[in-house]
Design a protein around this ligand. Structure first.
Ligand SMILES: [Zn+2]
Length: 430
């Protein structure tokens, strides 16, 4: 009798294969694309967002993670990083100044990055093979208009190597991976770097991102954003010292709002030299806020004032932006700017990239790229990151069972359906 009852239960259990592999319950979900900022559950199946609703029964999922008191957002999209590491090239972003992405992304809730021009059309295949195809992070790229990319020094000043046709052809070979064209660090007096980047990007139908390099009177920044860039093109390093921004009366210069009205995008690109509180504090107060927040992650920014995506986002919270604004600027806005929708959203059917964030209240300090501090009262931290439906980072083990509940001989926990943190070869040995 007992045996029969057990086998009936087994059959019933088998018949009810859970509809969802993973369910994140009870968090405050922010999905700017879909206009949601409320307590919602989100269910995942087959690596995709399967359902977003006020109450999804726990019984429908193979794995449930409790997120009460936390924010649940799309996986963060950091569209200005330097991750062309490992080439051995000294003193160059196409080498030693870059970092490998996986060590910096998931622990900050970032699931997608765009490398901002570390490679050009000549060395993009090497970058793809060396980093993009091997990273767990989703890595996209702006191609540098310089064929050799960010090789440093004279390489980046070589106008002979700024070939719009070769750049456009390479970009079109990798649609959805090459998502833009970059110009950076140019010091000459001509517009050639910007204009060739725009020409390449027009041919490939993708945006340009501009780091204006050395600001020179022969090519004023105002003309860049009012004339040379097209609607949808991106000016990064928006709070850089050299950007004319605040007049003698402390007012944001009107040309900036005019440029935004034209459709030019303004991106943070914090980095090691491009974010000053004396620009950002008065600017944000007057509504000169970022379209997108990005880090400009590289070896010189990672341990200085920039640190990571959540630290840069926290700066804007402490400057007075709302959580909904900051999340939009770090998810849906950058995804839209680089045309990788539906990334940056929790739309049903989108890749299940999710960040579960904690907002800590207390006494915090934030540092800009000249080394000035801003005192703050709130700071974001990453509890959990999901990429393509798998948990890839779990700071406090909120997806795990307590060790003393698992018996004296427990083996590798989790399941390949949802868990990307326990090495699957370890789990298979159980
Ligand atoms: Zn950069």
């Amino acid at each position: 009798m007992k045996l029969i009852a057990l086998s009936l239960i087994a059959v019933a259990g088998f018949a009810q294969t859970p509809e969802y592999t993973l369910l994140i319950k009870g968090g405050h979900l922010i999905d700017p694309k879909n206009g949601i900022s409320a307590v919602r559950d989100v269910a995942i199946n087959d690596g995709k967002i399967a359902e977003v609703a006020a109450n999804i029964p726990a019984s429908k999922a193979g794995k449930v993670i409790e997120a009460r008191g936390l924010y649940v957002t799309p996986g963060l999209v950091d569209m200005h990083v330097h991750v062309y590491a490992g080439t051995g090239q000294r003193g160059a972003y196409s080498g030693d100044l870059s970092v490998y992405p996986d060590g910096f992304t998931f622990r900050s809730g970032v699931t997608t990055v765009a490398d901002a021009g570390s490679s050009g059309w000549r060395n993009f295949p090497d970058f793809k093979d060396r980093v993009i195809d091997r990273a767990k992070t989703r890595v996209l790229a702006f191609l540098n208009i310089v064929g050799q990319g960010m090789g440093g020094g004279a390489i980046e000043q070589n106008t002979e190597d700024m070939d719009p046709k070769a750049a456009a052809d390479q970009a079109m070979k990798y649609p959805g991976v090459v998502i833009g064209v970059k110009t950076a660090h140019y010091a000459g007096p001509e517009w050639i770097a910007v204009d060739h980047a725009v020409e390449a990007a027009t041919a490939a139908n993708i945006p340009v991102m501009v780091d204006f390099g050395v600001f020179r009177p022969e090519r004023p920044y105002q003309e860049l954003v009012l004339k040379h860039l097209r609607p949808g093109d991106i000016s990064t390093h928006m709070y850089l010292d050299a950007v004319p921004m605040i007049d003698d009366d402390g007012k944001v210069l009107p040309y900036l709002f005019e440029a935004r009205k034209r459709g030019v995008i303004f991106d943070v690109g914090h980095g090691a030299g491009s974010f000053l509180f004396r620009q950002a504090v008065p600017a944000v107060k007057q509504g000169w806020i970022p379209d997108s927040i990005s880090t400009d992650l590289h070896v010189s920014s990672m341990n200085a004032g920039m640190k990571d995506m959540l630290n840069v986002m926290s700066k804007f919270l402490n400057l007075g932006e709302s959580m909904d604004q900051v999340i939009a600027q770090s998810t849906w806005h950058p995804a839209r700017e680089i045309h990788v929708e539906p990334l940056g959203t929790l739309t049903v059917g989108a890749p299940a990239d999710i960040a579960v964030l904690r907002l800590d209240k207390g006494k915090f300090g934030f540092v800009d790229t000249y080394g000035a501090r801003l005192n703050g009262t709130q700071k974001l931290d990453c509890e959990l990151t999901v990429k393509d439906g798998l948990v890839v980072y779990d700071e406090n083990g909120i997806s795990r069972e307590n060790w003393d509940k698992l018996g004296s001989r427990y083996k590798a926990q989790g399941s390949n359906d949802w868990d990307g943190t326990i090495n699957s070869t370890v789990r298979e040995r159980k």
